[in-house]
Design a protein around this ligand. Sequence first.
Ligand SMILES: *[C@@H]1O[C@H](CO)[C@@H](O)[C@H](O)[C@H]1NC(C)=O
Ligand SMILES: *[C@@H]1O[C@H](CO)[C@@H](O)[C@H](O)[C@H]1NC(C)=O
Ligand SMILES: *[C@@H]1O[C@H](CO)[C@@H](O)[C@H](O)[C@H]1NC(C)=O
Ligand SMILES: *[C@@H]1O[C@H](CO)[C@@H](O)[C@H](O)[C@H]1NC(C)=O
Ligand SMILES: *[C@@H]1O[C@H](CO)[C@@H](O)[C@H](O)[C@H]1NC(C)=O
Length: 417
Amino acid sequence: MWLGFLCLLALLDLHSAALSTTPRYFPTSYLSRSPTSISNWSSSSAESQSVSNFTGSVDDRGTCQCSVILPDTTFPVERVERLEITAQTISKKFEKELSKIRNMTLLVEKLETLDKNNVLNIRRQILALKNKLKECETSKLEDPARPPPPAPGSCTHGGVVNVSKPAIVQLNWLGFSYKYGAWGRDYSPQLPGKGLYWVAPLNTNGRTLQNYRLYNTLDDLLLYRYNQDYYISYGQGSGIAVYNNNMYVNWYNTRNIARVNLATNRVEVTQTLPQAAYNNRFSYANVGWQDIDLAVDENGLWVIYATEASTGNIVISKLNDTTLAVLNTWHTKQYKPSVSNAFMVCGVLYATRTLSTRAEEIFYYFDTNTGQEGRLAIVMQKVQETLQSINYHPYEQKLFVYNDGYLLNYDLFFQPQ
Ligand SMILES: *[C@@H]1O[C@H](CO)[C@@H](O)[C@H](O)[C@H]1NC(C)=O
Ligand SMILES: *[C@@H]1O[C@H](CO)[C@@H](O)[C@H](O)[C@H]1NC(C)=O
Ligand SMILES: *[C@@H]1O[C@H](CO)[C@@H](O)[C@H](O)[C@H]1NC(C)=O
Ligand SMILES: *[C@@H]1O[C@H](CO)[C@@H](O)[C@H](O)[C@H]1NC(C)=O
Ligand SMILES: *[C@@H]1O[C@H](CO)[C@@H](O)[C@H](O)[C@H]1NC(C)=O
């Protein structure tokens, strides 16, 4: 009985045996047991088993020899080792964190000793950086993936390479039965970003222009509010353009161009466009009464038309926007009635043709700067079947399109120079 007690004591000492280097006698069953049986930290059923078997005897010298047979996982010696290692690691980590905190404290102390001037200086620098950031943000509201667009009103680019999807601004104020017309924004090089917005639906005959409307801001236009309504008799066709607070339009039943002062709604000048065909002789494809199409770009006022001498091919003339005198003329090889519309950008004429009920294509250009002409393939989506007019705004670098009564906007993308 007392032997058993001794052996039990020996067993209770096993813990320190496992962790110290003191040599002890261990039963072979303990030393040889499989390590996999304790590899599972969370299994606890074996752990609770008590000592299952032991034998004890006194040898000839009176020493107690005791052997204990332990079930496989009675004492979790490896777990204890792991615990010990974990404890050491944690302790090291703790030391490191503590050192970090000490270092930080040192840094804070150093910062605190910095003189006030330095702090003020840093504050000023931060303010300057913030302002720069603001500038960047306002100048880069466009998609940052694209190259920066050329400055508004400038021609430092290699021409139009693409257009955005259309933004549907609204239905014209007279409703969808007013399928012909034009709209846009006044442009003047002196006040490039200040122009008023104009909407000019033709009468439902698709020919005469009598009513037009002006808005000071795009918000007013969007809300149909604070509109100034005017009446003239009569313009003809949707080839209307506005430049420097003057509206230019082919005058009814003539080859004349009229300049209407928008400040007074008075026809200031009526000037004949020499040899111009008119009254549906060479209008655009699918659009009547637009033999004489006025256009505005960075360089001023242009007119796109055809003559008998040109056999219906497009003729481009630069006009004096005050007197409407022809300043210069270019002849193209593009037959006007086979294009659906046209506009000018930086002295380059761009012409569209119809691909389908939902798409147009900018397919042709003529560069008055070089006299070169050629093909393009830029698809323009549309919401209705026919584009009655396209007006370019040099400051916004947008197209203002009248599409069967709907007012659309497109952004232009340019080839970097
Ligand atoms: C550990 O034991 C638990 C509970 O007995 C079990 O669900 C788990 O699968 C075991 N994991 C391993 C790796 O043996
Ligand atoms: C005690 O050990 C003997 C011999 O190894 C074994 O036969 C017996 O089953 C063990 N008893 C218990 C309760 O494990
Ligand atoms: C704390 O600073 C001392 C001396 O500058 C450096 O040796 C140690 O790596 C630093 N500790 C930490 C956690 O950055
Ligand atoms: C042109 O623009 C349209 C609409 O944003 C886009 O889907 C298309 O991929 C562009 N084409 C090219 C060649 O960049
Ligand atoms: C247009 O004509 C007016 C009057 O002759 C002249 O003062 C003005 O400079 C001309 N403008 C251009 C761009 O030729």
